[in-house]
Design a protein around this ligand. Structure first.
Ligand SMILES: *Cc1c(COP(=O)(O)O)cnc(C)c1O
Length: 359
């Protein structure tokens, strides 16, 4: 049976990447070695490592004054590392709450120092993206943290806010590589790879170099960005296999129109599903407000709870994987990251229409 993968993360990889990885992950360019068996200090691995980093730079058009790091520990590790490095005594950190992940980021920061909520859309059950009142930023705020795409609630910043004085740190775990980034408005952007960039195990952290000089030097070395920056993310053994596959995904993006290609793919795919929802006469009800809708995670409910169960059951039987919403919010969610082919989304849209017609 064909499986149509709408998992929220880890999620679909491009078919071409899976095929290439099948051949070369276990016998890299006919060297007789699998990528996972190579020394991370070997020229062969260095090619993979620096190739992946330069592809990231090229695709996202990252200026030279940013460092690109490949770290471990997932986005969740960044929830802790960012305040450990940049939230020092006498300082505060501002958090914009737009969903569960930003709540988690805030909690971690609160264990390190003074972290406060700058704005929040919690009251409307995270249906929308909150607006930022820059006038409410406290003095000595070392950064403003926000989540560009809310994987669980299905909302997304249509444009990142215009940066004022305070540095902006962005958790882009679920929409990195799906749209262009204006680096004037960003100081740190990070993402666990397993949604839109490759397999789990590697985390991309893109950081303005001037920040490195301001970071806390009294924490363990392994947790400081400087350590990893100075060693080109080879301070200790990197997740070599994950980085290799991430590099393959980057090549796939380049071969498929680059970041502009990903942008138009994303809006075309999302439109297919939102059109079904909007034309369903409230049979399907979207969670996100229209102007906050995510192009990556489409969240919706069926107006009737029993029908929703039936819908999810039949979707599963049909081969649609991962359409059940996150356990914390319920309902349905289709994650349509870069690697999800357009025709899979068309199939789901068709299925939704048919399901409505027959009920
Ligand atoms: C999945 C996700 C995380 C958590 O990522 P891990 O790599 O599992 O730590 C954090 N933020 C967002 C927005 C996510 O989608």
């Amino acid at each position: 049976m064909t499986i149509y993968n709408f998992n929220a993360g880890p999620s679909a990889l491009p078919q071409e990447v899976i095929e290439k990885a099948q051949k070369s992950l276990f016998n890299f360019e006919n060297s007789g070695l699998s990528v996972m068996e190579m020394s991370h200090r070997s020229p062969m691995y260095e090619e993979i490592h620096f190739g992946a980093i330069s592809s990231i730079k090229e695709i996202l058009n990252i200026p030279d004054d940013f460092e690109i790091l490949l770290l471990q520990g997932g986005a969740s590790m960044q929830f802790a590392m960012l305040p450990m490095n940049f939230l020092q005594s006498e300082q505060s950190a501002a958090y914009v709450l737009s969903g569960s992940w930003s709540e988690k980021a805030l909690k971690e920061a609160g264990r390190i120092g003074d972290a406060y909520v700058l704005s929040s859309s919690k009251e409307d059950n995270y249906k929308s993206i909150p607006t930022i009142e820059f006038d409410s930023v406290k003095e000595n705020t070392s950064y403003i943290h926000l989540t560009s795409n809310n994987t669980i609630f299905g909302t997304q910043w249509q444009e990142l806010p215009e940066k004022q004085r305070t540095p902006i740190f962005v958790d882009a775990s679920s929409d990195i590589f799906s749209k262009r980034i204006n680096w004037n408005n960003v100081d740190v952007l990070y993402a666990g790879a397993q949604k839109n960039a490759g397999p789990s195990g590697v985390t991309v952290v893109i950081m303005r170099k001037t920040l490195l000089e301001q970071s806390n030097t009294s924490i363990p070395q392994i947790l400081t960005y400087n350590t990893h920056a100075k060693a080109d993310s080879l301070y200790h053994t990197p997740p070599t296999g994950s980085i290799y596959v991430l590099g393959l995904v980057m090549n796939w993006i380049k071969e498929n129109g680059g970041i502009e290609g990903m942008e138009s793919r994303a809006s075309n795919k999302a439109a297919l599903l939102y059109d079904v929802i909007d034309n369903s006469n409230q049979f399907y009800v979207g969670h996100a407000l229209v102007n906050s809708r995510s192009l990556m995670n489409v969240t919706f409910r069926l107006s009737d709870e029993n029908l929703e169960k039936k819908f999810l059951q039949e979707a599963k039987e049909f081969g649609f994987e991962g359409v059940k919403g996150h356990r914390s919010v319920g309902g349905c969610r289709a994650s349509i990251y870069n690697a999800v082919p357009v025709d899979h989304v068309e199939k789901l849209a068709h299925f939704m229409k048919e399901f409505q017609n027959s009920h």
